[in-house]
Design a binder for this molecule. Structure first.
Ligand code: SER
Length: 890
């Protein structure tokens, strides 16, 4: 049975039983404790907790989920996908254990031609929580499962919570026995590979508090109602019904493996290590595509880092399988083809998805290439020193800086006939993990400081009056100094002030905070910044300039009007640039962040590659034409669905409440969900001047612009610059470009001539060195200091040239340079010298230490650099002695 069909049957079964079908929520929900949605119940948490009234009493959904905790196990076990679909049925105070159990049983065991999954009831086992006799009785007496196939298990297995505070309860799990060839007898208690969990029925009845692990947390008390939350693993049911070996081989995932077989030339099912790589590619390609579809971009922390890791693991696995060209686009194309029937966004947003994935692949392949060079250097040094083991520190550097997994380093080492100090590597890895843990702990302590605000947050939100007025009478609710409540603050002190009402805009949505003052008779306080705590408490960071401020005071809080005017120009200007950008570049230019303040704005968006000059000019022109059109600016509050259906732009990954504020400039020209302050009509923004465009991380570009008077000042400065150039070049402004071009051309010709002269001088020097060659035994040797100032590149040419001039008898040339306190060196041995056993690469070891030098190479040519010029003479003596030894001993 195809996976799409399994999903459909599930939903139909529960809709027929009166449930409302609810769409999957985004993988990103607004819970700082939850990186990704990891269970079907997550979108219903407020209903379980009684914080919101559900619009239905029973529901069913197939939720997309991502769990990346045990990413290292992907491909090794049979049952862990990082992306999976959880089919569930939910009751919010409606039915409880009996119906949850009988509904599940009916769907699993009804024959296929009656809409069920047709599982053989004899192969199903169930578990219940230790003392849950009620569930045991229903399974045994009403469903008819024999007592020996019902097992009781404790907290760790049969008591479900999200791992964080929230709803929880005992559960009952349904397992399928895959047969004795997959493990020992004895039910799920004995072997969870043979007995595969397919469905978890949670009797959601309590609220859990803080705690750790699956079984050590506090239970705060019962929920307002008894609820049901169930989760069936769609991928697991698919792998059983499709008769394949594991979750990576189902109809939706196996085609990616087939593509990887085609690209790598290797066959799945032959070699365990290769199979794991195939499965990693198939699993991760799907997860990555789904994450990008929901708005995640690769980054260095949080969700972005998870995505980056997944994409890089795909690239590495493909490389280890021997794929010799970029393959990401083909993998995500297969994901689209298999998954789009259930997730049409993969089709509609395919360009964006594949561009982001391929962008990361390209960047990582470059990193891998630099890493490979580092590896080769390390390998040749090890060989030059006559050793066989690459140090743990080198392997760690490759891992840490270039993302090389240890198995890649091991494989490359073994190809080069070397091994790796794995113990050393692991020690360094362990040290790094300890450091990371300590960092995380330190961060936790920093968070603890927020507790001072808790009581104030609980008291209720600050009322923001700044859309209607710039001056507001407020009362001082609290003063905080260095994280501690204080009753009063006097002139000269920097403190934080919490007010009941404030017209000052707190930094959010890219707009920085208003500046302003807080005054009362004899009191003057300057507001330097305003930040929101828990999204609703305005914390004013201030300097008391005059007088004294005390908790409970009534004060006048005032926005600096000029600042606010500039801030509205900056923020409205940002919306105009955003709209223009999408008009010019299309819908793939998705906002990734922004910042605006009086006179300046910047806007980040996902895009691959630099913008062309023409695109930049178009964006600037569209923006300024829309400014000049003096469009009306309207703001209104509506519900999220309505706003979206009007085409209002929302930020990916941002979570909005049910009520949202929409800012509309020029009707369809620009419509965005936004809580910021704006101009009354677009001409008030003034001139917008783009400053240029740059990359800020893989796949993200940034444009910056000046607005209003700052725009004018910028242009005036540029004009003055041009006037200055025109004066010093002594041509009218319009002739400046042609004049600069001709100057550059003349410079180029002059540099070429200079280069030719220098090359001649180097060649002449070659003749002189060759004449000075000493004879040591059978060998002609030039070992000398190079003329001062000869670059490392020229040194190589010079040494090659001298060697050429020494003829076919054994000849060795070594020159040590002197450039900026460093000693670049090149060693060459001709064929006849090599036949005597003299190798350029090996000679480095004889003199390198005298100049604190490192380097290496092959038998004919080696190079490197030393850090200690005072050792040049000693180095030359050492190499002469070594050549003498070698020449004499042959
Ligand atoms: N919430 C439970 C789970 O994730 C059942 O849906 O297993």
């Amino acid at each position: 049975m195809q996976t799409h069909e399994i999903r459909r049957r599930f939903l139909d079964h529960f809709v027929k039983a009166g449930h409302t079908e609810v769409a999957s929520a985004s993988l990103l929900l607004d819970d700082p404790n939850l990186l990704f949605v990891n269970a079907g119940m997550v979108q219903f948490v407020p209903y379980f907790l009684g914080q919101q009234t559900p619009p239905y009493s029973t529901a069913t959904s197939v939720q997309k989920c991502v769990r990346t905790l045990d990413i290292e196990n992907v491909g090794i076990t049979t049952r862990h996908n990082t992306f999976f679909q959880m089919a569930g049925n939910f009751s919010f105070g409606d039915y409880f254990k009996r119906e949850a159990i009988t509904h599940a049983w009916a769907l699993l065991t009804s024959p296929i031609d009656e809409g069920g999954y047709g599982f053989d009831p004899e192969r199903l086992w169930v578990t219940v929580y230790l003392d849950d006799d009620e569930a045991r009785d229903i399974w045994r007496d009403e469903v008819g499962i024999p007592e020996e196939r019902i097992q009781r298990r404790g907290m760790a297995d049969n008591y479900w919570s999200m791992g964080i505070p929230g709803p929880c309860g005992p559960c009952s799990e349904i397992y399928y026995d895959r047969g004795p060839e997959f493990g020992e007898d004895g039910g799920p208690e004995a072997d969870e590979d043979r007995y595969l969990e397919i469905w978890n029925l949670v009797f959601m009845q309590n609220e859990r508090g803080e705690g750790t692990g699956k079984d050590s947390f506090e239970i705060l008390g019962p929920l307002p109602k008894k609820n049901i939350d169930t989760g069936m693993g769609v991928e697991r049911v698919a792998f059983l019904l499709q008769g394949v070996d594991n979750v990576y081989e189902t109809d939706l995932v196996r085609p990616v493996i087939a593509k990887a077989e085609e690209l790598s030339g290797r066959t799945y099912g032959r070699d365990h290590e290769d199979d794991v790589r195939f499965r990693v590619i198939a699993d991760h390609a799907r997860t990555a595509a789904m994450l990008i579809a929901d708005g995640v971009n690769p980054g260095n922390d949080g969700r972005g880092y998870v995505l980056r890791r997944l994409l890089r693991r795909i690239v590495r696995s493909a490389k280890l399988l021997g794929a010799d060209r970029p393959s990401m686009r083909e993998f995500v194309t297969v994901v689209r083809d298999t998954m789009a029937p259930s997730y049409p966004v993969l089709e509609t947003d395919f360009d964006r998805i594949s561009t982001v994935a391929v962008g990361e692949e390209t960047a990582f392949l470059k990193t891998l290439a630099s890493g490979s060079r580092l590896f080769e250097n390390a390998a040749s040094e090890v060989k030059a020193a006559g050793k066989k083991v690459i140090g743990g520190d080198e392997a760690f550097a490759l891992h840490d800086t270039y993302g090389f997994p240890i198995d890649l380093t091991l494989e490359m080492a073994s190809e080069a006939g070397l091994s790796v100090d794995e113990d050393g590597f692991r020690t360094l890895m362990a040290e790094q993990r300890t450091r990371a843990k300590e960092d995380a702990q330190a961060r936790k302590h920093a968070h603890a400081d927020l507790s001072v605000y808790k009581e104030l947050v609980d008291r209720g939100p600050t009322e923001f009056t700044g859309f209607e007025e710039l001056v507001t009478e407020s009362s001082v609710l609290a003063l905080i100094s260095n994280g501690v409540r204080v009753p009063t603050a006097a002139a000269g002190q920097d403190v934080e002030i919490v007010l009941d009402r404030s017209p000052l805009y707190a930094e959010s949505g890219g707009q920085i905070a208003d500046r302003g003052t807080i005054t009362a008779s004899g009191l003057r306080v300057r507001v330097n910044d305003v930040q929101k705590i828990a999204k609703k408490l305005w914390v004013h960071k201030v300097t008391v300039e005059q007088g004294q401020i005390t908790e409970g005071d009534t004060v006048l809080t005032q926005v600096d009007a000029d600042w606010r005017k500039g801030a509205t120009q900056g923020h409205s200007g940002t919306h105009m640039v955003h709209a223009a950008l999408r008009q010019v570049l299309g819908p793939n230019a998705v906002q990734a962040g922004s910042l605006n303040k009086p006179g300046y704005l910047r806007f980040d968006f996902s895009w691959q590659g630099a913008l062309t000059e023409a695109q930049k000019q178009d964006i600037e022109a569209v923006t300024n034409e829309a400014v000049a059109a003096n469009y009306a600016v309207n703001t209104f509050v509506t519900d999220l669905d309505k706003a979206k259906s009007m085409g209002a732009m929302a930020l990916f990954g941002e979570n909005y409440g049910d009520e949202v504020r929409v800012v509309e400039i020029g009707g369809p020209f620009s419509m965005e969900l936004c809580g910021g302050t704006h101009v009354g009509s677009s001409a008030q923004i003034g001139q917008v001047t783009l400053l240029g465009e740059q990359s800020v991380g893989s796949g993200i570009r940034r444009v910056e612009a000046y607005v209003g008077l700052d725009s004018y000042r910028h242009l005036a400065k540029e004009r003055a610059l041009l006037a200055g150039l025109s004066a010093s070049l002594k041509v009218p402004a319009e002739e400046v470009p042609a004049r600069v071009e001709s100057l550059v051309e003349r410079l180029r010709v002059a540099e070429k001539q200079l280069e030719a002269t220098r090359a001649k001088a180097v060649l002449a020097a070659a003749g002189e060195f060759a004449e000075k060659a000493q004879r040591i035994g059978a060998v002609r040797l030039v070992a000398d200091a190079a003329p001062a100032g000869v670059s490392a590149g020229d040194l190589r040419t010079l040494v090659g040239d001298i060697r050429g001039r020494l003829g076919n008898d054994p000849a060795v040339v070594i020159l040590l340079g002197d450039v900026d306190g460093k000693v670049p060196f090149v060693v060459a041995a001709n064929k006849a010298a090599q036949e005597l056993g003299i190798r350029a690469g090996e000679l480095v070891a004889s003199f390198g230490p005298k100049i604190a030098g490192r380097g290496g190479g092959k038998a004919d040519m080696a190079q490197g650099s030393g850090a200690d010029p005072s050792g040049v003479q000693a180095a030359l003596d050492a190499v002469r002695a070594r050549v003498a030894e070698l020449a004499g001993s042959n």
